[in-house]
Design a protein. Structure first.
Length: 590
């Protein structure tokens, strides 16, 4: 069976290959001596992220940050960017959600066995955490692109017999435990991850810190480079995803000194601990040469919050092939050859006949209808306007906004049938998020017989693929300015699904009223009190649904399909991780 050269992507026959290398327990084959030497000796981009979403069966992600990290890995492999990724194994996952009929969330561990998905590496490193030397191993997951690119992903694990029981559990829970637990995880990820790369002989040219959880790696680099800040800065890239000041976590001074004194000299620690403690984000800002937010609006916010730093905007995207449904992949393959590797070609979607687009969408919609029937016992009408909403259940996402006035929602439904499909998990400690889920269930019960509505439990990457391809309208109602980016609407657009969203995050850049979808509420910077903003949001939500969306969907089918095509041509062509990674490669990695 032919293999692929992980450097250039050329097919290689292992039986006749002249060049091969055994690395980390695997054998890799090369088409040339140059490719072999580049693989062995070339510098890598080390991408650090607390969560990474590669498969639904590897539950090491909680939401958009981790799923984006997975898409970064996929596009990097497609584009042959020499990357290695580092994360934690999170053996008990984030949370597996079960819902009672009343909408009460039952939190279950989402345990998984890394042996079923990856292989253990023999190398060990240690970090000093408090008074203990904590041993760390790594599990290797090789992500291979269909075009032959390879990105190795290292999952760090402290569940080793030589560690004390409390330390064996450091890599158990994604975003679990108390503040001390989270700082220990940051030590393992940042310091332990940097050491693991060195122990494996991986030469790193740049360290990409995806959110601040791993920013302690900068202090490890300072120790290696004689405390020279400028040298460290040239090697570090920091992408912040945090949209509000209160979301930047600060660890108390005494906790930081107690847990890190054995690793970081007190004099060095003292330079970076403020009066209130150690803010990992501030550390990353200070010690990174290239810093970016994830949308233009988020960049502007970050510049106001951190005025002393040069912050750029690299707007997020999604991996085109992963988030495009089977029917639309077939359609694009037929009419737009090469779209998966060059998604900007999707601007040519006007070459696809309306009836083909409608047929592809209807195929995927039927898949969602069948899934809802199987899981919830509810029969959706495959011809009825179906609105989807799925994201983390937390206060600022405002899953309940559409249910603010049930009578107006009923009135809209009398203009044409509406179906609502919701999903999303709350963090186990987020009581407000859990209450949101209960309130959605209560509203759905009140609408029974008039508006069909379902809540699908245990939102995963697989369910996200199903929903973003199978609904007609993708609803997003965050409280501005709390949405740094958001990406689910980008996934929807790849499948011709139309966005209906509050103007926040990425939608500020993707929105063309009536062309790519519709806006809810005032634009950014519009002077309005909280009460005025909410009144405008509700007015737009119900009036546009009743007088624009429903009539267009049911009575102006060609116009609706034109909007579907515009969503693909004007959103999917740009809001993808291929474009995003080319930006990082040319501006930050070179």
């Amino acid at each position: 069976m032919a293999a692929r050269d992980p450097v250039c992507g050329m097919p290689v026959d292992p039986a006749t290959a002249a060049y091969s290398v055994e690395v980390r327990g695997g054998t890799y084959y090369f088409s040339s001596e140059l490719c072999r030497d580049t693989f062995v000796e070339g510098e890598k981009i080390a991408y650090f992220s607390m969560e990474i979403g590669l498969e639904s069966d590897i539950p090491t992600y909680s939401g958009g940050l981790g799923v984006l990290a997975g898409d970064v890995i996929r596009s990097s492999a497609d584009l042959l960017i020499p990357m290695v990724a580092v994360t934690l194994v999170n053996r008990k996952g984030y949370v597996r959600q079960r819902l009672t009929p009343d909408g009460d969330q039952i939190d279950l561990p989402d345990e998984w066995d890394p042996r079923e998905h990856m292989r253990e590496l023999s190398r060990r490193v240690t970090v000093r955490i408090g008074d203990a030397n904590v041993a760390i191993r790594a599990w290797l997951y090789d992500y291979w692109s269909p075009v032959g690119g390879l990105v190795p992903v290292l999952f760090l694990d402290t569940d080793l017999p030589e560690n004390a029981p409390k330390d064996r559990g450091i890599t158990d829970h994604l975003y679990g435990g108390d503040q001390e637990y989270r700082l220990k995880q940051a030590i393992v990820l940042g310091i332990g991850g940097a050491r693991m790369l060195a122990a494996l002989g991986i030469r790193v040219g740049k360290y990409h810190i995806n959110e601040s959880h791993s920013s302690l790696l900068t202090l490890e680099l300072l120790k290696r480079r004689g405390m020279d800040e400028e040298k460290v800065q040239t090697h570090c890239i920091f992408t912040t995803h945090t949209p509000v000041a209160v979301a930047f976590e600060t660890f108390p001074r005494d906790m930081v000194v107690r847990l890190l004194a054995g690793e970081i000299p007190p004099t060095l620690l003292g330079e970076y601990i403020g009066e209130e403690g150690l803010a990992l984000a501030t550390l990353a800002f200070r010690l990174s040469r290239y810093v970016n937010g994830v949308t233009t609006a988020h960049m502007n916010f970050s510049r106001r919050l951190f005025p002393g730093f040069h912050i750029r905007a690299v707007t997020n995207g999604v991996h085109p092939h992963t988030w495009t449904s089977g029917p639309f992949r077939d359609l694009y393959d037929r009419y737009i050859a090469g779209w998966a590797q060059e998604p900007e070609l999707l601007v040519r979607v006007d070459e696809i006949p309306h009836e083909d687009i409608r047929h592809a969408h209807q195929q995927e919609k039927q898949v969602l209808v069948d899934y809802v029937r199987e899981k919830n016992g509810v029969d959706l009408d495959p011809l009825a306007l179906t609105i989807g909403f799925a994201r983390r259940a937390t206060a600022y996402k405002r899953a309940t906004l559409i249910f603010s006035d049930l009578e107006k929602l009923r009135e809209a439904g009398r203009r044409g049938a509406i179906q609502l499909v919701f999903s999303g998990k709350a963090h186990p400690a987020d009581a407000v998020g859990k209450q949101e889920i209960r309130e959605v269930h209560n509203a759905m019960r009140d609408l029974e017989g008039e508006v069909t509505a379902v809540y699908l439990e245990n939102y995963t990457m697989d369910l996200a693929s199903l929903m973003t391809a199978g609904v007609d309208v993708w609803l997003n109602t965050p409280l501005p300015p709390y949405e740094a980016s958001g990406t689910s609407g980008m996934k929807a657009a790849l499948n011709g699904v139309v966005n209906f969203s509050v103007l926040d995050g990425w939608w500020i850049e993707g929105w063309l009223e009536g062309t790519t979808g519709w806006a809810i509420g005032p634009g950014p910077g519009a002077p309005a009190s909280e009460a005025e903003r909410r009144a405008r949001e509700l007015q737009d939500l119900y009036s546009k649904l009743e007088y624009l969306i429903i009539p267009t969907y049911y009575h102006r089918r060609d116009e609706w399909t034109t909007i579907m095509r515009s969503s693909i041509a004007k959103i999917a062509y740009y809001f993808n991780t291929h474009r995003m990674m080319r930006r990082y490669a040319t501006e930050a990695y070179l």
